[in-house]
Design a protein around this ligand. Structure first.
Ligand code: SF4
Length: 57
């Protein structure tokens, strides 16, 4: 997996995060919301997230 310099991300708990650098390793991601009327960044989510399973996080 190579870092995608177009997708910055600090979610180390995700298995697609580069960890050593704050970037995602996917070519593209899916972003959505869990709210009916999103109004700030806390309202949106990366729906490509998958929990890392190596025990680090
Ligand atoms: S899939 Fe989403 S949460 Fe995971 S590293 Fe990429 S941008 Fe971050």
């Amino acid at each position: 997996m190579e870092k995608n310099e177009n997708i910055r991300c600090t979610v180390d708990q995700c298995r697609f995060n580069m960890q050593s650098e704050p970037f995602c390793g996917l070519d593209c991601i899916r972003v959505g919301t869990h709210e009916s009327d999103p109004s700030d960044p806390r309202c949106v989510d990366c729906n490509s997230f998958e929990k890392r399973s190596d025990g680090i996080a």
